[in-house]
Design a binder for this molecule. Structure first.
Ligand SMILES: NC(=O)c1ccc[n+]([C@@H]2O[C@H](COP(=O)([O-])OP(=O)(O)OC[C@H]3O[C@@H](n4cnc5c(N)ncnc54)[C@H](OP(=O)(O)O)[C@@H]3O)[C@@H](O)[C@H]2O)c1
Length: 299
């Protein structure tokens, strides 16, 4: 049998049963077809033999020639065969069909409950963000990032490019403010950023960071930055994607190249964000690529 599972391949037991039943079914139909062909030839042969030899001779209890009786019995047997294949012998039996329906229903139920959970989670995050935005009116929470055309921001916990003007832009904007970052971004830097309040987010409760405040959620980080009218969220990918809904502004440096990486900036939804300014910068000895500073404000 060539449908056996190969090293945990995708073919499961149900599929194997289905294939085997289909093969059996083909055989049943073939046999029925042969039976039909045989019946036709048989009937013609019987009639011919009967005609050639004893056509007129009737059977005692049957007023027609003997070949008629034989063919009638044969047709009856064929009808039983036909009935057996198409009426009583359903594809995989009623029980199998019921089991399949039950399985399908339970799979759908699992899918629905997963979707429900995801939907509830999204609704909760949205409600939290709205509440947060109401409580923080007057503030300008800003995401600041440099991303390639394909949204890559880093690889192997390192930055990908050297753009001197972008570093200067970052320093100018964030100087004197709170800078909020994920633990991985903090560890990718040689030390805490000077002249700024560094806030590091981690789930580790015993984590310590030199010259930085350690917190355990984005909301806690923003609470610590309560006195700052413009706290900056400076990455990385995980923190950007969790905080983009909370932010009022994005200061994006779009680097005009496509690169491979393992950390990404989330897609900017232009239904939510309005581009308010842009400034192009060109490649030179201090900047590896062409890039553009783009500012988005939340609509
Ligand atoms: N191009 C840019 O503008 C830019 C800017 C910043 C960073 N980067 C790059 O981005 C990469 C790092 O980004 P990443 O996504 O890998 O890591 P990340 O966002 O910097 O940090 C992830 C860590 O943050 C903590 N964390 C995340 N969500 C949390 C939550 N809800 N509550 C508590 N803690 C939470 C966890 O720390 P624990 O594991 O300790 O719990 C998690 O492992 C690096 O390659 C870096 O160079 C690029």
């Amino acid at each position: 049998m060539f449908f056996k599972k190969k090293n945990g391949s995708d073919i499961n037991d149900d599929q194997i049963k289905l294939i085997e039943a289909a093969q059996k079914r083909v055989k049943q139909k073939k046999r029925l077809f042969y039976h039909f062909t045989f019946l036709i030839f048989g009937a013609i042969s019987l009639l011919t033999i009967n005609l050639l030899f004893e056509y007129k001779k009737e059977i005692v209890f049957f007023e027609y020639p003997w070949s008629y009786l034989t063919i009638a019995i044969w047709i009856l047997l064929f009808t039983i065969h036909l009935y057996n294949v198409f009426i009583t012998n359903k594809f995989m039996g009623k029980k199998w069909e019921e089991n399949q329906i039950k399985k399908l229903v339970s799979l759908q139920e699992i899918k629905i409950s997963k979707l429900k959970m995801e939907f509830e989670k999204e609704a909760r995050i949205k409600a939290e963000s709205e509440l947060f935005n109401q409580n923080n009116s007057g503030k300008c929470i800003t995401l600041i990032a440099a991303a390639s055309e394909n949204d890559v921001i880093g690889n192997d916990n390192k930055l990908i490019w050297h753009l001197s003007d972008d570093l200067k832009h970052f320093k100018d904007l964030t100087k004197g403010h709170c800078v909020i970052m994920g633990r991985k971004t903090f560890e990718s830097m040689p030390k805490a950023l000077p002249n700024r309040t560094n806030i590091v987010i981690t789930r580790k409760h015993d984590y310590t960071a030199k010259n930085a405040i350690v917190v355990h959620s984005i909301h806690e980080a923003l609470e610590k930055a309560n006195n700052d009218k413009q706290p900056f969220i400076i990455g990385g990918g995980e923190i950007y994607s969790q905080s983009i809904l909370l932010a009022d502004r994005i200061e994006l440096t779009r680097v005009h190249t496509e690169v491979n990486g393992d950390a990404y900036f989330p897609k900017i939804d232009l239904k939510i964000w309005n581009e308010v300014s842009r400034e192009e910068k060109f490649k030179n000895e201090k900047n590896e690529f062409n890039f553009t500073f783009i500012r988005y404000n939340k609509k």
